[in-house]
Write a protein that binds this ligand. Structure first.
Ligand code: ATP
Ligand code: MG
Length: 720
């Protein structure tokens, strides 16, 4: 392989970045300018030209999917394996460090990662134990407080002891929470990062080992790193001047989760000898899309400032559609998608991007009705489904009996006669003696503190878990263990009893879990010889949102704007662009947040390669509430000459299969968008009508029954 493959597909500024001698570097550039491409080529350059072993390279990306792709691209460029390169998300890499050095990290070998749902449960329980009023200190707020402190590297013991009562109570929970997690070997997401930082900071030998090992450190999406992540990077690179970061201040969208744009400014101070490179040519989008993005983001202040340009032509105008309501919006978008596919386009090149996961349902329904294959990233994540979490909790508990969160989750799922009284006593005992629930249970049995029936039930439960553990140790394949868990736990029987569809789906999901275990790719990342179960459980906790996104099928892609960062699609639909939704309600009177929403909109627009379609609804039902939102201010920030409004009538009058005459609307008893009720189908909204008199037909989208055409002469419709 010669140098040209590494350098040829790059422009001058990109080449400069890729081939510069080892030094601290910041590539600061707008969307689609090739930052990620530069990062990949830079890594390949180090390996090929500077003869740095993959083993000596560290790269941090934002999702596991991105990490996976990055490794592949490096391997393609070099025509060799880059297995031993450390590449992953901050959380994934932190986890790996902690597993390898649990002793130094003061963690039990069996420690488990818990997701934010488990964390919330624990906090709820602590509030109850501590008799703290959860209306004044809502669990979610407490959770936000704890995570916020951790993201800044602050432990309870670092916080001042004095303060008002409100603060005192928060501090109390934080302390109790830390104790409980330590005792149960549980690590939340923020803790992974904090502890990985402390691990290196407090163990100079370990730190110097890793500093030597990681000769080159690379970070994509640097603008979204938080304080502790950046501190960790600094530890690893201090004095070596070998940190290479790429980012875009205009795409910083995780401020609400502690990300600091300031890290970019800080970088410039902390690495005074750094080389800064700007890329301004965009290779992704049409001129129109770029102009829209540039104009929008110009409304933010305190930007580092950059303007993108492209050699690509102007392309199509940005389509703008005002829908009657959310159903009409979905209808419109899906029709447009079908048209694109009919004309030979691929579904996988299309993305529907929304602000909030709850918006996906309308689109899913419509896509399902029209038999259009689709895939939702995130949303109701597979590993977050109740039945899956229950099954995993059995696995977790059998791997680590100290795991209180899992204990709580499954001790009575399915019910097995362990009463509330027994559980409460157990919790009190655990709290008073600093025991895990498991230890408290054993103690109660040992001291014969329980009435006979409760004792038997509890004993059976403990034996069940121990047995699962023994069986798992004997199984060769992970999926057999998973199979065994869902059978032995009684979960299958439990869900079989549940009503119809719901129970069936749950059973199917459990079967899918066995399948997921079977297909689980152990090779991807197991340099540390973790047990299969540990690997799988970590995967479930850390990669929850991404699993559904991996398949290569030809599917329309649905995801939140946040999840779309770094990706690109030929056709992008940015939907629900309304005040109160996008920008979100909370951002409306908060200038800082509003700017972050605008950056999110910039991210959304710049995902589009060929065509962008924006839609908003004039009435929307979301979270069970009706609203009549105004179009988003972001729309006014896009120059009108770039937009092409799709006229309502024009659109409704030429849907895919039926072409009603426009004239028929005026004669119809029904307004489009009107809510109606049908005896059998329930409530729905009128989408269109055609014909008149005896022949008049209306198409209605029923909440439950889906879309139907009805003859008015026969259908008894009541207007609402
Ligand atoms: P984002 O800010 O959205 O993460 P980015 O700056 O990381 O974007 P890339 O994803 O690396 O941009 O590149 C955008 C697109 O442009 C990709 O399809 C990439 O392959 C292409 N591209 C980048 N540089 C060049 C180049 N020099 N020649 C041709 N295509 C390029
Ligand atoms: Mg990128």
């Amino acid at each position: 392989m010669d140098v040209s493959t590494l350098i040829n597909p790059l422009n001058d500024a990109q080449r400069l970045a890729v081939s510069a001698p080892s030094q601290a570097m910041l590539v600061l550039a707008g969307a689609g300018s090739g930052k990620t491409r530069v990062l990949v080529h830079r890594i390949a350059w180090h390996i090929q030209i500077n003869h740095i072993a993959p083993h000596n390279i560290l790269a941090v990306t934002f999702t596991n999917k991105a990490a996976h792709e990055m490794r592949q691209r490096v391997e393609e460029l070099l025509q060799m394996s880059a297995r031993s390169m450390w590449i992953g998300t901050f959380h994934g890499l932190a986890h790996r460090l902690l597993r390898q050095h649990c002793k130094e990290a003061r963690l039990p070998e069996t420690f488990q990662v818990m997701d934010s749902d488990d964390q919330l449960r624990i906090i709820k329980r602590l509030l109850k134990n501590l008799q703290i009023d959860d209306t004044k200190w809502p669990p979610k707020m407490v959770q936000g407080f704890i995570n916020g402190q951790k993201e800044e590297g602050i432990r309870a013991r670092h916080m001042p002891g004095h303060g008002d009562f409100f603060y005192q109570q928060l501090l109390l929970v934080y302390k109790a929470y830390e104790e409980l997690c330590d005792r149960s070997g549980l690590v939340d997401f923020a803790e992974l990062l904090l502890r990985a930082h402390e691990l290196l900071r407090d163990n100079p030998e370990l730190l110097s080992f890793y500093k030597q090992r990681f000769q080159q450190v690379h970070v994509d999406e640097f603008q979204d790193t938080n304080t502790i992540q950046y501190a960790w990077l600094r530890l690893l690179t201090e004095g070596n001047n070998n940190l290479f970061v790429v980012g875009d201040d205009d795409q910083s969208i995780y401020g609400w989760r502690g990300a600091k744009i300031e890290n970019i400014y800080q970088f410039r101070d902390h690495y005074p000898d750094h080389l800064m490179i700007r890329l301004e040519q965009n290779y992704r989008s049409t001129g129109t899309i770029l102009k829209a993005a540039n104009a929008l983001i110009a409304h933010n202040d305190s930007r580092l400032g950059k303007e993108l340009w492209t050699h690509a032509g102007e392309g199509q105008a940005i389509a703008l559609y005002a829908a009657f309501n959310e159903q009409d919006e979905a209808y419109f978008v899906v029709e447009k998608i079908r048209q694109w596919v009919r004309e030979g386009g691929s579904r996988r090149d299309i993305a529907i991007l929304y602000r909030s996961n709850a918006q996906s349902r309308q689109f899913e329904e419509r896509l399902m009705t029209t038999a259009t294959p689709y895939r939702v990233y995130g949303g109701l994540r597979f590993f977050e489904r109740m039945e899956i979490k229950n099954a995993l909790a059995y696995l977790r508990l059998s791997a680590n009996p100290l795991d209180d969160a899992s204990f709580e989750r499954v001790v009575n799922t399915p019910t097995r006669g362990i009463g509330t009284k027994t559980l409460d006593d157990m919790r009190i005992l655990a709290r008073d003696r600093s025991l895990s629930l498991w230890q408290a249970a054993e103690w109660m049995l040992h001291e014969a503190l329980l009435p006979a029936r409760a004792a038997t039930a509890l004993n059976n439960f403990l034996s069940l878990i121990k047995n699962i553990g023994i069986q798992n140790a004997q199984h060769e394949a992970l999926y057999e263990s998973v199979q065994h868990v869902i059978e032995a736990s009684g979960l299958i029987e439990l869900y079989k009893k549940e009503k119809q569809d719901k129970g069936e789906t749950r059973v199917e999901n459990l079967e899918e879990l066995v399948n997921a275990a079977r297909l689980f790719d152990f090779d991807t990342d197991n340099p540390d010889n973790l047990s299969d179960i540990d690997l799988f459980l970590t995967h479930a906790a850390l990669e929850a949102g991404e699993m559904q996104g991996d398949a290569d099928d030809d599917c329309v892609q649905l995801m939140t704007l946040h999840a779309a960062k770094g990706l690109e699609f030929k056709q992008v639909f940015m939907v629900g662009v309304e005040e109160g939704l996008f920008p979100s309600q909370q951002a409306l009177d908060d200038p800082g947040r509003l700017q972050e929403e605008r950056r999110l909109c910039y991210v959304g627009i710049t995902r589009a390669m060929q065509q962008l379609t924006i839609s908003y609804a004039e009435s929307r039902r979301l979270y069970g509430k009706d609203s009549y939102p105004r179009p988003s201010r972001f729309l006014k920030e896009i120059p009108t000459e770039l937009l092409e409004e799709i006229r309502l009538r024009a659109q409704v009058s030429r849907p895919a299969s039926i072409a009603p005459t426009t004239q028929s609307y005026s004669q119809s008893r029904f307004r489009i968008g009107q809510m109606v009720r049908h005896e059998k189908f329930g409530e729905g909204v009128v989408l269109q009508s055609e014909g008149d008199g005896e022949q008049e037909r209306v198409q209605i989208n029923f909440r439950q029954a889906g879309i139907k055409w009805l003859m008015l002469a026969f259908a008894k419709l009541e207007t609402l």
